[in-house]
Design a protein around this ligand. Structure first.
Ligand code: F0G
Length: 478
C-alpha cells in the first residue's frame, strides 16, 4: 500500500491517519466523520510550502500552505504539460492500466504499490455527447453530457471500484462487501470476480432494478436481499465489518472517490483543458459530487486547469434530505423516509452529506429537487437523443430546467450533466413509461401533453403488410 505518498485526512476534524490505521468502517475515531485521500506534497491542506510545489504554466504556485506531515520526500511530479502529454499517449498503449480511463491518470491517484496489478475492466474513457434537443428543452444554447453509463458494468461505479477493490486486494483481503441500491453491487461483483475475490452484497428486497440484480448474480456475488431499505442495509453492514474481516466498498471508502474523480480529468481533457461553467450530478448517498469536486480542485492546484466549475446536486423529491436541509438553512441533515422510482437514489440517510454540502459551498453550486414526472420526462428526452440513461441520471436534466427557469443558470453557460447509469439498467421503468403505466394520475397532472409527445407506441398487429403500412401512414401524417 502506497503509504509514503498518500495519507487519509478526516474531512471533519482534519486528523491525519496512515491508511493502515483506518478503521474498518472508514469513520474517524475522533469525530466520526469521513476521510479523504490526501497526497501531502501536492493535493491537500498539508502540502508544504518548503517543498517546491508544482508550478503551473501561468506561473502560480499550486500548493496550499500548511504543516509538513509527509514521512518521506515528495514524489517527483511532472509538470502540467508533461502530464497532459503522457495521459494522451497512454491511449495508444496496449498495457491494460494505460487503457483504463482511471489508471491512465495514475500520477493523480498513487494509492497502489503496484499499479500494474490494478484490477481493471478498462473502465472510464467515456463519451462526452452534445445534446442539442435536450439543450432546447432546458432553455440552453448548448448542452453536454458525460455518459458514465458507458462503463463496463453500465454505471459510474466502475471508476471507483477499480481503485478501491485494487486497494483491498493489495491489502490481502479475501472478502469485500457493500450495501447497494444496485449499481455498486454490480460493479463490485464484476471487479471481485476479475480479481478472484469473494463478495457480499446487501440489497433492499424488491427495491432494486432487475438489470442490476442480475449482474451481481451473474458475476457470482453472495447476494442477500434484506427486508429493509438501503439505509437499513447500511446499518447491517456496519455491524458485519466490525465482526468479520471483510473490506467495505461503499462510497464511505475514500479510495472509491479517487477513481470517481477521474471523469473530471476526462471532461477537462476532452475540452482541451478548459473546464465547463457548471457540472450537475444526481445525489443519492452524496459521495460522487465531492469526488468530482476533488478532481477539479486538484487539477487547478497542479496548474492543469485554471478554474473550478460550479458543482450542483439534484435529488428526487421523494429522497431529498440534502435539499431539505439546505432549503431550511439547517446545519445538520435530518434523515427522511425515501421513496422514488429512481431506485438508484432512493436513500434517506446519505453517508456523505457533509462532503456534499462542503463541495456545494466551495464551488457555489446548488441543490435542487425534482418530481417523478419531471424525472420521467427528462429521461425520455435523453432517450430521444439516441443516448438514454437510467432514471436516476435523468434528474440532472430535470434539475437543469429548474435552474435555467429561475435564472441560476444562464442559457449561454457551458453545462455538463453527468449521466451515471445506462438505459438498460432499468428497462422496466422505460417500458412502463411508454405504456403510460409508470405514474399515478396525481403524479402526471399537468404533464400529460409533454408525456404523450414522448411516449413511443408499440402496437400489436396482424402479421400483414397492410396492417403495418396503415401504422406507417398514420405515423407519417403525424
Ligand atoms: N446515479 C446512479 C445511477 C447511482 O447508482 C447512484 C448511487 C447515484 C446516482 C448517486 O451517487 O450515491 O454518490 O450520490 N448508487 C449507489 C449504489 C448508492 O448502491 O449503487 P451518490
Amino acid at each position: 500500500m502506497n503509504d509514503t505518498v498518500h495519507q487519509l485526512r478526516c474531512t471533519g476534524c482534519a486528523r491525519v491517519v496512515a491508511q493502515r490505521d483506518a478503521r474498518s468502517n472508514f469513520r474517524c475515531a475522533e469525530c466520526g466523520d469521513l476521510f479523504e485521500v490526501e497526497y501531502p506534497t501536492w493535493s491537500g491542506t498539508s502540502a508544504s510550502p518548503s517543498v517546491p510545489a508544482q508550478v503551473s504554466e501561468n506561473g502560480q504556485n499550486g500548493a496550499a500552505a500548511g504543516v509538513i506531515t509527509l514521512a518521506r520526500p515528495r514524489a517527483w511530479m511532472p509538470n502540467a504539460s508533461a502530464l497532459r502529454w503522457l495521459w494522451k499517449e497512454r491511449r495508444h498503449s496496449a498495457l491494460p492500466i494505460d487503457q483504463s480511463g482511471v489508471w491512465r491518470f495514475r500520477e493523480l491517484l498513487p494509492i497502489l504499490d503496484f499499479p500494474n496489478d490494478a484490477v481493471t475492466l478498462r473502465e472510464g474513457n467515456t463519451p462526452l455527447y452534445g445534446m442539442p434537443r435536450c439543450a432546447r428543452a432546458s432553455g440552453m444554447e448548448r448542452l453536454l453530457v458525460k455518459h458514465q453509463g458507458m462503463n463496463p458494468t453500465g454505471s459510474f461505479k466502475d471508476t471507483g471500484m477499480t481503485a478501491a477493490l485494487s486497494v483491498a486486494r493489495e491489502r490481502g483481503f479475501e472478502w469485500v462487501a457493500c450495501a447497494s441500491t444496485g449499481n455498486t453491487s454490480a460493479a463490485m461483483a464484476a471487479y471481485a470476480a476479475r480479481a478472484g475475490m469473494r463478495c457480499l452484497v446487501l440489497i433492499p428486497e424488491g427495491k432494486i432494478a432487475w438489470g442490476k440484480l442480475s449482474q451481481a448474480m451473474d458475476y457470482g456475488a453472495l447476494t442477500c436481499q434484506l427486508r429493509t431499505d438501503f439505509d437499513g442495509c447500511v446499518k447491517v453492514l456496519a455491524e458485519i465489518v466490525e465482526r468479520y474481516p471483510i473490506y467495505l466498498l461503499n462510497s464511505v471508502n475514500p479510495y472509491r472517490l479517487e477513481g470517481q474523480k477521474t471523469p473530471a480529468l476526462e471532461i477537462a481533457e476532452e475540452l482541451e483543458w478548459n473546464v465547463p461553467d457548471h457540472v450537475i450530478v444526481p445525489g443519492g448517498n452524496l459521495a460522487n459530487c465531492s469526488a468530482l469536486g476533488k478532481g477539479f480542485q486538484e487539477m487547478k492546484r497542479l496548474g492543469l486547469t485554471t478554474a473550478i466549475p460550479r458543482i450542483s446536486v439534484i435529488q428526487a423529491q421523494g429522497a431529498n434530505p440534502l435539499y431539505t436541509m439546505l432549503a431550511q438553512g439547517e446545519e445538520t441533515l435530518k434523515p427522511v423516509h425515501a421513496d422514488t422510482r429512481a431506485t438508484a437514489i432512493r436513500i434517506g440517510n446519505p453517508a456523505s452529506w457533509r462532503k456534499a454540502a462542503r463541495i456545494l459551498r466551495q464551488t457555489g453550486g446548488y441543490c435542487e429537487q425534482v418530481s417523478e414526472a419531471e424525472i420521467a420526462i427528462s429521461k425520455a428526452e435523453i432517450g430521444r437523443e439516441g443516448i438514454g440513461c437510467e432514471p436516476a441520471s435523468a434528474v440532472t436534466l430535470a434539475g437543469l430546467k429548474k435552474l435555467v427557469a429561475d435564472g441560476r443558470v444562464r442559457p449561454t453557460e457551458n453545462v455538463v450533466l453527468l449521466l451515471t447509469g445506462h438505459a438498460l439498467k432499468d428497462s422496466e421503468y422505460t417500458i412502463d413509461f411508454h405504456r403510460g403505466t409508470l405514474l399515478t394520475e396525481a403524479e402526471s397532472r399537468g404533464y400529460e401533453a409533454a408525456m404523450a409527445s414522448l411516449c413511443s407506441k408499440m402496437p400489436v398487429l396482424d402479421a400483414s403488410a397492410d396492417a403495418v403500412l396503415r401504422e406507417l401512414e398514420a405515423g407519417v401524417r403525424g
